[in-house]
Design a protein around this ligand. Structure first.
Ligand SMILES: [Zn+2]
Length: 171
């Protein structure tokens, strides 16, 4: 049975939300102090919960990632960049033509640039990010007419749910 594009995008966004986690509670209870694994969970819990999933041309899930900047201490460890790296490694090539990147928050300039470089064909994002968004809010990196590759963009998918998950983290 055929699923409409909108339903498909919403189902994929629910998966991205699941990947993002929604805060400390989702990472498991923190045990006795001093345990390295617990400390790692605590640090991971400090990461802004952004989730990304990449689907292949046939709709197969290729890779998932969560923002890991705090956990890894890597300024470039945004969910989208990690997901692009993982998907490229699964595919065995840097070119992700035909693939769809689904992310719970409007990508920043780095991630927007990275997904264009990876030749992602479709971008689906959830909440708008008026402070740093590079897919329409502050800049529009992915639809710049000077670029020879411009993905199709669907923004604001399950926007309320995605925004609520982020608000819960910052509260
Ligand atoms: Zn980013």
């Amino acid at each position: 049975m055929m699923t409409g594009r909108r339903q498909q995008h919403e189902a994929w966004m629910r998966r991205a939300l699941e990947v993002s986690g929604t805060g400390p509670g989702d990472l498991g209870a923190v045990g006795p102090a001093g345990d390295a694994a617990d400390r790692a969970r605590e640090v991971a819990a400090e990461d802004v919960p952004v989730g990304a999933v990449i689907y292949g041309p046939d709709g197969t899930e290729l890779a998932t990632a969560r923002n890991e900047r705090e956990r890894t201490g890597d300024p470039t460890a945004h969910a989208e960049v990690l997901a692009l790296r993982r998907a490229a490694s699964v595919v065995g090539a840097w070119r992700l033509t035909g693939c769809t990147l689904v992310v719970t928050l409007e990508p920043c300039t780095m991630c927007a640039g990275a997904l264009v470089l990876a030749r992602i064909s479709t971008l689906v994002f959830g909440a708008w990010e008026p402070k740093t968004g590079a897919v329409g809010s502050l800049w529009d990196v992915v639809r710049d007419r000077r670029l020879n590759h411009r993905p199709e963009v669907y923004g604001g998918v399950l926007e309320a749910e995605c925004a609520a998950a982020l608000r819960a983290f910052f509260r």
